[in-house]
Design a protein around this ligand. Structure first.
Ligand code: NAP
Length: 250
C-alpha cells in the first residue's frame, strides 16, 4: 500500500525546486489527485507530462496563478475545491519569493517589494488555509508550511523574506492552537539548504553543490502527509535533521 493512497494534495510553488520534487514524490506515493500552483505555465505543463509517465490516469489540476494577489489565491482555492470534489487531504504551502536581489538591507528595501514578498510568502498561506479548511475539517488532513532558518534568525539582508518566514511560523503556531481540537494537523518544516533557483539567486557567491538536492528532503513531507504522521501536530521540524527517530512511533 502506497503511503498517500486515496489522498488529494495541493502543492504551491510546484513549477521547480522543492515543490516540483514534492509533486513527483506524492504522485509516486499514490495520491488520488494533485493541484499544482505556480506562475510558469510551461514548467507546470512539463511537470504534468512527467507525472503522467508515472501515473497515466492521475487527476492533475494545473493552476497557473500569482499568489501575490488575494483574488488569485481565492481562485486557486476554488479550482482546487472543484478538482478534489470538496475533499482535500494535504495542503503544502511551499511557494515563496526571495524578493529583490542583490538582497538590500531594510533601510533601502523598496516598500512595494516588501508588500509583494509578504503577500506571496505569508498572506497567501493564511488565505489558502482559511479558504480550504472546510474541505479538510470533517475527515481530517495535513497542512505543511515551508519555513526557513531565516524565519528564526534576523540575518542581515534577508529582509522581507526572513520576516515573512517569522510571520509564517507565528501563523502556523496560531493555526495549530486553534485547530487543536480538530483532526486537521498543521506542522512547519525548514527544509535546510537546497540547491534551487531561489537559493542560487540569493547567494550567488556560494557553492550550490554543497547544498542538498531537494529530492533528498521529500521523505519528511511524505511522512507528515501520510496517516503514519497523524500523531505529529503543531511541530517545527527540520528536514535535514534526525527527525525520523524523534517522530516515528514504536
Ligand atoms: N532553497 C533553500 O535552500 C531553502 C532553504 C530554506 C527554505 N526554503 C523554502 O523552500 C521552499 C521552496 O523553495 P525553493 O528553494 O524550492 O525555491 P524555487 O526553486 O525558487 O521555487 C519557488 C517556487 O515558488 C513559486 N512562486 C514564486 N513566486 C510565486 C508567486 N508569486 N505565485 C505563485 N508561485 C510563486 C515558483 O514558481 P513560479 O516562479 O513559476 O511562479 C516556484 O515554483 C520555499 O518556501 C523556501 O522559502 C528553501
Amino acid at each position: 500500500m502506497k503511503l498517500l493512497a486515496g489522498k488529494f494534495a495541493l502543492i504551491t510553488g510546484a513549477s521547480q525546486g522543492l515543490g516540483r520534487e514534492l509533486a513527483l514524490t506524492y504522485a509516486r506515493e499514490g495520491v488520488r489527485g494533485l493541484a499544482l500552483v505556480a506562475r510558469s505555465k510551461d514548467l507546470l505543463q512539463s511537470l504534468a507530462s512527467e507525472i503522467y509517465r508515472i501515473r497515466p490516469n492521475l487527476n492533475v489540476a494545473i493552476i497557473n496563478a500569482d499568489l501575490g494577489s488575494s483574488v488569485e489565491v481565492e481562485r486557486v482555492a476554488a479550482v482546487t475545491l472543484a478538482a478534489c470534489e470538496g475533499r482535500l487531504d494535504i495542503l503544502v504551502n511551499n511557494a515563496s519569493t526571495i524578493g529583490p536581489v542583490p538582497m538590500p538591507y531594510l533601510l533601502d528595501y523598496p516598500a512595494d517589494d516588501f508588500h509583494q514578498v509578504l503577500n506571496v510568502n505569508l498572506i497567501a498561506p493564511f488565505l489558502l488555509i482559511q479558504n480550504l479548511l472546510a474541505a479538510m475539517i470533517d475527515h481530517g488532513g495535513s497542512i505543511i508550511n515551508v519555513t526557513s532558518d531565516a524565519g528564526r534568525v534576523g540575518y542581515p539582508g534577508w529582509g522581507a523574506y526572513g520576516i515573512s518566514k517569522f510571520g509564517l511560523e507565528g501563523l502556523s503556531q496560531t493555526w495549530a492552537a486553534e485547530l487543536a481540537k480538530t483532526d486537521v494537523r498543521i506542522n512547519w518544516i525548514d527544509p535546510g539548504n537546497m540547491n534551487t533557483a531561489m537559493h542560487r539567486e540569493a547567494e550567488p557567491d556560494e557553492d550550490p553543490t554543497a547544498w542538498s538536492d531537494p529530492a533528498a528532503v521529500t521523505d519528511i513531507f511524505v511522512f507528515l502527509a501520510s496517516d503514519s504522521g497523524q500523531h505529529v501536530r503543531g511541530e517545527r521540524l527540520e528536514a535535514q535533521s534526525k527527525w525520523r527517530a524523534r517522530l516515528q512511533k514504536g
